[in-house]
Design a protein around this ligand. Structure first.
Ligand SMILES: [Fe+2]
Ligand SMILES: [Fe+2]
Length: 256
């Protein structure tokens, strides 16, 4: 069994300190093997916000993998930095976090994809180079391992022709995303022969709330099955909001 804690949209610079502390406590209590953060670590990509995000990551009780979100690129009102060095601060403050993060052990492989675009503010994109990278990583993955891709932008923000289905076609089992600050768990079908599970997390600890309270996901993987536990902030502590079970038969994922 592997336990992944999936967090997104921390937005340091706009966080609630009580929620940040409770989040660390709740994650630590659940003892994940791996923590995946799918972008928007900061509110405006300012150095002090990255410093806070870094301090948060340093307190996590397991290795963390991180991809940037649109808020982690230099903002549009700093146009020169935005055009020429959009991810410079992200890289400077998280030097030990790879530009193309990959985790591989005998039970899971997790591939991080940077879906941000420096000439766009909100929309993201999966490029053919992302898919080639996924293919390269999966080529050396045991057939029984759970294959995870994580990126900031979820399929609901995709323009026509976005190859999100391609992740399932390539054998990805689980896609982790954020950006819209709305917790959502669903199956993504790619034709009749492939599907994968989408886990979209709410904002973990920021006050930029939309429909949902603060939250994150705990994903327990025992192939060919996995459960997704959505944890949410009650105002006093994190608690279980939903539990979803899935199992895989002949390349297709199904709800339990
Ligand atoms: Fe966000
Ligand atoms: Fe975002």
């Amino acid at each position: 069994m592997r336990l992944i804690a999936h967090l997104s949209d921390l937005h340091f610079g706009r966080t609630d300190p009580q929620v940040v502390q409770a989040l660390l406590t709740d994650i630590t209590r659940n003892r994940p093997d791996l923590i995946i953060v799918s972008g928007d670590l900061t509110q405006r990509a300012r150095s002090h916000q990255f410093t806070e995000a870094r301090q948060f990551l340093d307190q996590l009780p397991a290795p963390s993998l991180v991809v940037p979100g649109n808020h982690d690129l230099e903002p549009l009102y700093r146009p020169l930095q935005r055009i020429f060095r959009p991810r410079a601060k992200f890289a400077a403050h998280l030097p030990d976090h790879d530009e193309r993060p990959v985790w591989q052990d005998e039970a899971i492989v997790a591939v991080g994809l940077d879906s941000t675009r420096h000439l766009r503010w909100k929309s993201g994109k999966l490029r053919s180079s992302h898919l080639e990278h996924v293919d390269q990583v999966l080529a050396s993955t045991p057939a029984t391992a759970c294959r995870v891709a994580f990126l900031h932008h979820p399929p609901s923000t995709a323009k026509a022709g976005h190859p999100f289905d391609s992740l399932a076609e390539r054998g990805i089992d689980l896609v982790l995303a954020g950006h819209v600050h709305h917790a959502h768990v669903a199956l993504i079908a790619a034709g009749h022969h492939r599907s994968c599970v989408l886990v979209q997390a709410s904002t973990a600890c920021s006050t930029r709330l939309r429909e949902d309270a603060n939250g994150y996901a705990l994903i327990r993987i025992t192939m060919p099955a996995l459960t997704v536990e959505v944890r949410g902030w009650s105002g006093a502590a994190f608690h279980t909001v939903h539990r979803h079970g899935f199992h895989k038969v002949a390349g297709l994922w199904h709800h339990d």
